[in-house]
Structures are given as C-alpha cells and as structure tokens.
Design a protein around this ligand. Structure first.
Ligand SMILES: Cc1cc2nc3c(=O)[nH]c(=O)nc-3n(C[C@H](O)[C@H](O)[C@H](O)COP(=O)(O)OP(=O)(O)OC[C@H]3O[C@@H](n4cnc5c(N)ncnc54)[C@H](O)[C@@H]3O)c2cc1C
Length: 307
C-alpha cells in the first residue's frame, strides 16, 4: 500500500512525532514518501531510504489550505492510498483540508494500525485513554491522525537529500495581525527523559522557582496541570494531559498534582512516576512507583539541597 507521511520540522531535524510514525512504517515494511512542512532554512530532513519533499511555508503568512492543495495533488498523482499525520496542530489542520479534497474522513486518535490487503484496521483511544476501539478504514484514500508517543521513534540517518517546494501566499484568505513565536529553551516536554510537573499543590506561582531549580539540576523539562495553566502560572504549551501534551519520559515527577484522569492520560505511560502530595488519598498515588506524602514546599527544597 503506497503511503505518504506528513511530517514536521523541529530544530532543524524531523520532529519526534514524524520519527515515531516512520518507525511503524519501516517495521511493517510499508513503502512510503515523506512530505515535511516547515519554515526553517536548510533543515537536515532528507534520507536515502525514502523520498522527501520539503514544503517551505512563510511563517508570516501561513496558509495551510495552499499547502493541503499541493499535498492533495501529490496524493492523486502518486496513487497514494494511505496518508498519515501526527496529531499536532499542523497535522490535524492539514488532515481536515485533505479530507475535503479527497472525500475521505480522517480517523483521529490512532494509537496503532494494521494493514490487511486494502483495508487498514486502526486502534483508537477514547475515554481519556481508558478504552480502545477498532476501526476498519475502507475508503480509497485512508487518512490517519496518529497520537504522539504511540510508537518508539526510529533513529534514521538524515541528510540534505530532499526536494524543496515553496508555497506562495497568493491564495491567502486571512489577514495576519500579529505573530507570537514561542521561545523555547532548555529540554522540551516531548523529548526529555525527565519531566517535572507542577500542580496547584505548589500553592503559589512564586514557588515554581523550586520546580525550575530542580529541573535545571536534573536537566528536566517542565510541565503543569490545566489548573495552573488556567491560573496563568504557566503557558498552555506546557500543559500535560488530555487537552495538553502526552509525555512518556523515563521519570515523571508530579509535584502537588491530584492526578485527575484528564492529567493521567498525558503521563501515565511514563516509565517511573514519582508523586509528592500532602494527601495520601490523592489519586496520583495509584499510578505512582514512588509516593512521597508531604508538603511540596519543604520536600522540593530538601531534594534540591541534597542533589
Ligand atoms: C474536558 C477536560 C479536560 C481537561 N484536560 C486536562 C489536561 O489536559 N491536563 C490537566 O492537568 N487537567 C485537565 N483537566 C482538569 C483536571 O480535571 C483537574 O482539574 C486538574 O488536573 C487538577 O489540577 P491539579 O492537580 O493541579 O489541582 P488539584 O486537583 O486542585 O490538586 C492539587 C493537589 O495538590 C495537593 N496539595 C495542596 N497543597 C499541597 C502542598 N503544600 N504540598 C503537597 N501537596 C499539596 C492536594 O492534596 C491536591 O491533591 C481537564 C478537565 C476537563 C473537564
């Protein structure tokens, strides 16, 4: 089955979500090409094992409908039957446009899939990760939106062997008034081996200085619950959970987090979970490998001191 993966660029290379889907495609010996969307100059995203087309977009005037048109043309001309995208803002938006162009419903929240002749059977996650269901996708072009962290990312040798396609902005139908580029520094949530997350049990925004200090000692990324994101303590890009990011680090340290289902969905697959909470009945302890019952504000400074 001829497949097309819609990938993304992150820090001059392929994003973690893209590498995860490549791993699944290679494991199943599926023939595929890659279309990568990004605005970075000279990324290293090419490969000798598969064809890569870089759709370079102007970040000042991003028109995803124009990008989707180019991808639809490629799908039709190359006889593509399976289209995959990671469940990111870009992946979900592009899949929406493609579904209209190709008259095919995208299947979202895919955590696994199998190819049986011309049918794809997907495993989908629902109820905040509590249940799974299966879908037989029989449409001519099948569009799957894959949930991040569903597969282990592959380690591929990347080079500059790719074709670049620049999208002009002629078909732009929105007026861009302002652009906010999120500053990224230090380890990122999606890739870090250690994640330290804060919840309302940090008591006050000023106390996040302890989380920052602990994170810098452990070279960890910082996340948070929706409660503290809503309170304006942390930007939404750091929210972990059902309506935030899914993380799967080696170690997840939950500081003052109750462990609501919606938070657990985004972190319960972490390899080792440490929870600090003053309430020994807090649900987070049900999934923690190591639980510390006590006050975050006395335990975390002690941890920092000992480290
Ligand atoms: C549709 C929907 C989607 C949602 N999506 C998300 C999501 O993506 N991510 C997410 O996180 N939430 C999400 N939520 C919200 C979720 O239900 C919880 O409300 C939220 O996770 C609670 O955050 P919290 O643990 O910081 O706060 P709380 O639930 O208030 O817990 C605070 C914890 O801190 C402990 N504590 C207090 N003081 C201290 C102290 N000094 N020392 C130690 N422990 C202390 C308390 O015992 C308590 O367990 C969603 C909700 C809905 C309805």
């Amino acid at each position: 089955m001829k497949s097309l993966l819609i990938g993304e660029v992150s820090n001059g290379s392929l994003s973690a979500g893209t590498l995860e889907i490549i791993s699944k495609l290679q494991e199943n010996s599926l023939e595929f090409n890659l279309v990568v969307i990004g605005s970075e100059e000279g990324p290293s995203i090419g490969s000798d094992s598969f064809d890569v087309t870089y759709i370079k977009v102007n970040p000042d005037a991003l028109s995803l409908s124009g990008v989707a048109d180019k991808i639809s043309e490629k799908i039709n001309s190359d006889g593509i039957e399976l289209v995959l995208a990671s469940s990111t803002y870009v992946g979900r938006d592009i899949s929406g446009f493609l579904s209209v162009d190709l008259n095919s419903s995208p299947v979202s929240n895919v955590i696994n899939f199998e190819v049986n002749d011309s049918i794809i059977t997907t495993t989908n996650s629902i109820d905040g990760g509590e249940s799974e269901y299966y879908t037989n996708v029989t449409s001519k072009v099948k569009i799957l939106i894959v949930r991040p962290k569903s597969f282990e990312p592959v380690d591929v040798a990347l080079n500059n062997n790719f074709t670049t396609l620049t999208i002009e902005n002629n078909d732009l139908t929105v007026d861009v008034h302002d652009i906010f580029v999120e500053e990224k520094s230090g380890p990122q949530l999606e890739d870090s081996k250690i994640v330290i997350s804060a919840g309302r049990g940090m008591v006050d925004v000023d106390n996040l200085k302890y989380i920052n200090e602990l994170a810098s000692k452990l070279n960890a990324a910082i996340g948070g619950t929706r409660a503290i994101v809503d309170a304006g303590w942390m930007p939404y890009s750091q929210q972990v959970g059902q309506t935030g990011k899914t993380v799967k680090p080696d170690v997840y340290i939950a500081c003052g987090i109750s462990g609501a289902t919606q938070h657990q969905v985004g972190m319960k697959d972490s390899k080792f979970i440490i929870a600090i909470n003053k309430d020994e009945e807090a649900p987070i302890f049900q999934i923690a490998d190591l639980g510390i019952v006590g006050d975050t504000l006395s335990i975390i400074p002690k941890l920092i001191e000992n480290l």
